[in-house]
Design a protein around this ligand. Sequence first.
Ligand code: UTP
Ligand code: MN
Length: 500
Amino acid sequence: MVPLKRRKVVGNYTGAGHGGDNSPTKFPDVLLFLLERKMGASRRAFLSQLGRKKGFHVEELFSESVTHVISENNSGYEVRTWLDSQRRAQGQMMAHLLDISWYTESMRAGHPVPILERHKLQEQHNDEGEAVVFSVPSFACQRRITLDNHNTIITGALSLLAENAELSEEDGRGVAFRRAAAVLKALPEPVTCMTQLRGLPCLGEHSLRVIKDILENGESNEVESMKQSERYKALKVLTGVFGVGAKTADRWIREGIHTLHQLRDSGHALNRAQQAGVEHYDDLNQPVSMAEADAVGEIVEKAVVSVLPGAQITLTGGFRRGKPSGHDVDFLITHPEEGREEGLMSKVVSWLESQGFLLYHKTSRNSYLESANGPARPASNMDRFERCFSIFKLAKKYHELGKDAGPEETKPAGHKPWRAVRVDLVVSPISQFAFALLGWTGSKLFERELRRWAGQEKAMSLSSHALFDNKQKRYLTATSEEEIFGHLGLEFIPPSERNA
Ligand code: UTP
Ligand code: MN
């Protein structure tokens, strides 16, 4: 800690201005200031007078030369906030922030007593003894959030609560927990006490309670018991089936279906997606690695270039943000000449199918039409590109086949030489490419916050197709993500820092 700035002592007498008291200041290096906030004016006057009688220098007004700030019933954060509002100079103020107990003990002792931990106002201190005051902007799209998360236990708990809320179709609560988690992900170091969180955005009562529990007990009771609950476990298993959403899972659970066995035995008719989901359940619930994503990328590239030379593919989603694994692989396909991308998806899919790469696919058509009056509905989550949800049959690399992998005929049963991988393909015309790239890179919360920022702060509607300025009543075009951030008045955040 930087030593306290020593006050230049001009004279040994404080003068008559300080309560008409002429006693000498016995401790020239100690310049006290009592905060009136919560103490009240009369108690402050009484305590100041008492101090001066004992030879302490007690200042009437706060100044930069004060060495000890004394307060009663205030938190370190409250005092720090008050002081910051009083100070003209920027930078760290070095005065001790002390509780009234230090003052009364010093009065009793007749001299400044050594400052003990219990005298210090609770501010977060690290090894250097410097106060850590976190500050995080309100919108996640204003923050740089890398994968380097210093609060994984807390964010893990909040994300589980978010997931549970989403699985229970309580999207509002889900978003609240996601936002809270995204604030914690933005902190430069681990949280160690609640006072550090004062003044941070998006931390509701419920999230704060969970965090407090974790700081005090190492885990959250609520989260632990949720994880153990039959309902949560069943929701996880059933929505783990590709093609099964929260609504369907909830209906099955109410019928007493909690496991895949019970689902099979129930005789429920499954749609094509769900059948594939059950068939490839284990593969699809095993994270996709970066190497596998690259392997899929090579196949898609080959398909795209074979059916339309000059077309380009871009890896999006979590892998573009630098995640080492994901639940699927996302690609955006375009062609530098507007219109050449039309009909591309069906050709790509046919090529992949003919080569035996597809275990499942479902294509939806592009239904996006720009209208002169702006988007028909507010920019929504669902976009309307030509899109293909698919499951790839990806050959395993030799080393992934297991220790006992050998020539095909000697391979033990159960060691199939391929695995199923979820792949999302999206085709965009080049004029919308920047918006599509931004929209498909995620994270989901980052996207949601971008759209909220656009609407609330800029009166604009952002989607994966376009940006509409509601004041100018016109579309703002862009050929790069940087340009879109520029239109939105935001600092550019690269993909690796969009991990909100
Ligand atoms: P994903 O669900 O694939 O998430 O959506 P992810 O970030 O890649 O993470 P994992 O590892 O696969 O789980 C990728 C992006 O695509 C957008 C989402 O907003 C997300 O940012 N997206 C997804 C859409 O715009 N529309 C959709 O229908 C689905
Ligand atoms: Mn993805």
